[in-house]
Design a protein. Structure first.
Length: 583
């Protein structure tokens, strides 16, 4: 029989496997040829001798037959990464067979290549190994080994002796596959040919960071696999290259022959068919919302966050975002622009960078590529501004001080700055920016280190905001202290105001740092509190939200004199765009 021409049709493959096994039982020469081919060609071994189990189907034990569209290539990619010793990250839609495929590659090398020791890990011990539980990693290996013909197993191999809890040993060549649950010292002690870190996005942040560092000296090839769970965990940082580069393979549902059948997308409410699943995958990569009948059924039974995590490979939506991602997608980042002369206008959609210096009791602008202030609009006569600021708390996650300046009439960001500033330096920057923008209202948060900033500003000639308390009996106001006081009541009100502005396209954020922080500002899954996701920062969000609250409390107020009214009319006339509309 032609041993290399194995069929991919389900029924034909089962018949072929049975004939091949029967022939090998009576023909030693054929058996040796088949074993040699299994060693040489992993896809032959997988498609002719490997099995999977799916309790949702009857029968639940199934021959593993690779889909050429993605599974065959993925197995070869995993094999190559181990051979050339490179890290590999796989982000995926749930139920794509990734764990099975990686474990097939580990098992293949465990069987046929000396010096092939592996370690597999997940966030809990019960997910790594539990005898009889096919959902665990090592039980999948045992399940497949038990269905191998005896002549493919190692000499002297005994399941009771060599395939025990958390450790599967090859007595013929000494190879081991060892299981371990998530911990900060994961993998330490000994070298491995490769390591599997399964569902890595769900590992506790501190443990994931420590384990990733610890395994660098244990194996040159680390297989990192997960569906996304937000944008701030170690897995997301690796996937998006925010801290280090790693080879990445994305296995999206559009690649699956069954899930991706009859793909389409909507254009102005009209259903547009997609020619092929490969084309559907490319369209999804380009940002187009691709659907299929299978996807529509999943969307009906899952929540938006669950769909984003388990199906869409959407890092932002899977993290329970606070702001509307659809609205944030409309926000345009204004690019850096260098003017040729100080009299040149700043084009719409661009920003300059500058330092502010005080000369002869006057604040002047000095444009510089290294300037600390990002300016989107220069101050205009007749406009009224608010400068709000969040001072660094000196936390371990390296938060920054952040100031934003907003036009009260348009609500748009006109300038922003952030950095690791000492409190006295930050107070001076706030003072200079406030003076430069027409004696704007200055509203720094006064909590923690912000108190020192507010005390410094009290001694400067500026329009410093004071937190007040109104007596409900006589409506008399009492000044409490300088600056904005963040409380359990004021914080959510300010954030909700900013959320409404963004959702209703009533603000142009413009600043790249601020927009990025808004995208990673989420509801904490444990306490429901809106805050930065994981190790990301939210100082810009808080600063901007304080500005939203102040614009509501102290809105734009038209001047009474005729000259000022004329100037205000001219400002409105000069506005290049309606609120929330971008060029």
């Amino acid at each position: 029989m032609n041993i290399e021409g194995y069929p991919k049709d389900f029924k034909e493959n089962i018949i072929y496997r049975a004939k091949l096994l029967k022939a090998c039982e009576v023909d030693e020469v054929l058996r040796a040829e088949v074993k040699a081919l299994c060693k040489k060609d992993i896809l032959f071994w997988v498609n002719c001798f490997c099995y999977t189990k799916d309790p949702r189907r009857k029968p639940d034990m199934l021959p593993f037959i690779t889909y050429d569209d993605y599974q065959a290539q993925y197995i070869l990619d995993v094999e190559k990464s181990i051979d050339i010793q490179e890290d590999l990250l796989t982000d995926k839609t749930r139920d794509m067979g990734i764990s099975w495929m990686i474990l097939y590659v580990f098992t293949h090398k465990w069987l046929f290549e000396s010096g092939s020791d592996f370690r597999v890990g997940s966030r809990k011990e019960d997910f790594v190994d539990k005898l009889g539980d096919i959902d665990t990693l090592l039980e999948k290996v045992r399940f497949n080994l038990k269905r191998q013909p005896i002549w493919l197993l190692p000499k002297r191999f005994n399941f009771d002796e060599h395939a025990g809890y958390m450790k599967i040993v090859n007595p013929e060549n000494g190879n081991c596959i060892i299981g371990e649950s998530a911990n900060e010292h994961f993998g330490s002690g000994g070298r491995r040919k490769a390591i599997l870190l399964d569902e890595f996005a769900k590992w506790e942040e501190k443990v994931a960071e420590a384990a990733w560092t610890a395994t660098a000296d244990v194996a040159r090839c680390r297989m990192v696999v997960s569906t996304p769970v937000g944008s701030a965990n170690k897995f997301a940082q690796l996937a998006n290259g925010t801290k280090e580069k790693i080879k990445r393979i994305t296995l999206h549902w559009t690649l699956h022959p069954e899930k991706g059948k009859e793909p389409y997308y909507l254009s102005n409410g009209v259903k547009m068919s997609i020619a092929s699943q490969k084309e559907a995958f490319k369209l999804w990569q380009s940002g187009i919302k691709v659907r299929s009948p299978w996807y529509d059924a999943e969307a009906e039974r899952r929540s938006e966050a669950d769909l984003a995590q388990e199906v869409d490979i959407d890092y932002l939506k899977s993290g329970h975002p606070f702001f509307s991602l659809m609205a944030l997608a409309k926000q345009k980042i204004w690019d850096y622009f260098q003017r040729k002369t100080p009299n040149d206008v700043i084009p719409y959609g661009k920003h300059i960078r500058a330092n502010l210096v005080e000369i002869d009791n006057k604040i002047e602008l000095r444009e510089s590529i290294d300037g600390w202030l990002r300016i989107f609009e220069l101050p205009k006569e007749g406009c009224q501004y608010v400068l709000s600021a969040d001072t660094s708390e000196g936390l371990a996650k390296s938060d920054e001080s952040f100031l934003t300046i907003r036009d009260k009439w348009t609500r748009n960001i006109v300038a922003a700055a952030n950095g690791f500033y000492p409190t006295d330096d930050f107070a001076i920057k706030i003072f200079k920016a406030g003076k430069f923008y027409k004696d704007t209202d200055i509203v720094p948060e006064n909590n923690n280190h912000g108190h020192a900033v507010c005390q410094d500003l009290r001694n400067m000639d500026c329009k410093l905001y004071y937190t007040k308390h109104t007596n409900p009996n006589n409506e008399k106001e009492t000044i409490i202290k300088p600056g904005w006081t963040t409380t359990s009541q004021s914080r959510p009100l300010a954030l909700d105001q900013l959320e409404e502005e963004i959702r209703k396209d009533a603000i142009e954020l413009r600043d790249e740092v601020l927009i990025a922080q808004c995208k990673t500002f989420v509801f904490n899954a444990k306490n429901g509190k809106p805050e930065a996701d994981g190790s990301f920062l939210d100082d810009g969000v808080i600063s901007c939200a304080i500005g939203s609250a102040i614009i509501k409390e102290i809105p734009f107020k038209a001047r009474s004199d005729e000259n000022t009214k004329a100037k205000q009319k001219q400002v409105v006339k000069e506005m290049q765009q309606p609120i929330g509309v971008f060029k």
